[in-house]
Design a binder for this molecule. Structure first.
Ligand SMILES: [Zn+2]
Length: 290
């Protein structure tokens, strides 16, 4: 099965190891990436499961035995299916965990972040012979990072995109639809080549995929707004209308992103909200209201 071994990618400096993780269906695995042809980073210390960690550790060990150094372990964001193996990697190899400050804060008390990364960090790629730019891309998660290899144009995109599904934006976990769409647009403007997502296969035409994601979000937001315009007032009623093309079993997850769209529409003064989080009622903003 293709999910069980280290996989080459179109770029020799990137190898992919899908590991089984407790993640969100339809995904069942999270990709850990080896980045660098000799000395290397491990991006996404994903799996909390012992047998999966053992496979990862064996591959790291094999590279170290070839004389290559594990420079650091990088987490794109704080979700459990991205950091489940971080503590075990540090214990075994002594490599520091590197992440954004907002990720460190989210993980406090569970996983220790040793080195902070942020937008504009210029020297990340030096130790592994790559031209890596760090992009801070909040939206799915407040501390989300994307790694952009500027000379080859590829990006490691974490959960900004997936080749298996759309991305959940959960306001209860500091997800923000405005930020998410703005960051997708910023990534597209950089003209990426291949995107390496945390879930699923590499995305060869990165720019087209990002454009499709933005278009999907805009279309979904129009459906959410149309549902409110048609009189749906509660989140459940809005999801039933705006996601009637989506299997019902996905609606609890869809409701998170729907709420992120509702908050974005409210901030844009397109709709209004009354009631608290648990009893919110949404309705169209009328021109004669201020
Ligand atoms: Zn995530």
């Amino acid at each position: 099965m293709s999910d069980d071994s280290l996989q080459d990618t179109p770029f020799p400096a990137v190898e992919r190891l899908p590991l089984r993780t407790p993640t969100l269906l339809p995904a069942t695995h999270t990709n850990s990436y080896f980045v660098g042809r000799r000395d290397f980073y491990l991006v996404e210390p994903s799996s909390p499961f012992g047998p999966e960690q053992a496979r990862l550790h064996d591959l790291v060990e094999a590279r170290i035995e070839r004389g290559h150094r594990l420079v650091g372990v990088i987490a794109t964001h704080h979700h459990g299916d991205h950091v489940g193996g971080a503590e075990a990697l540090r214990a075994r190899f002594g490599a520091p965990l590197m992440a954004h400050a907002r990720t460190r804060d989210k993980l406090a008390g569970r996983v220790t972040v040793d080195v902070l990364l942020d937008e504009g960090d210029a020297d990340l790629g030096g130790p592994v012979g790559l031209d890596l730019a760090v992009l801070h891309t909040p939206g799915h998660a407040p501390g989300h990072l994307v790694l952009h290899e500027r000379s080859a144009g590829w990006m490691i995109v974490g959960d900004m995109l997936s080749s298996l599904s759309t991305i959940v934006i959960d306001p209860d976990d500091d997800g923000d639809m405005d930020d998410y769409i703005a960051q997708l647009r910023r990534m597209a403007a950089l003209g990426p080549t291949t995107l390496f997502p945390a879930h699923g296969d590499p995305i060869v035409d990165g720019g087209a995929k990002i454009a499709a994601y933005v278009a999907h979000r805009e279309a979904r937001e129009e459906r959410v707004r149309a549902a409110v315009d048609a009189g749906a007032g509660t989140l459940a009623a809005i999801v039933a209308r705006a996601y009637d093309d989506t299997p019902v079993w996905l609606w609890p997850v869809a409701a998170k992103s729907a709420r992120a769209h509702l908050e974005r529409l409210r901030r844009g003064h397109k709709i209004t909200r009354t009631g608290g989080d648990n009893a919110a009622q949404w309705r169209p903003a009328k021109d004669d209201e201020t």
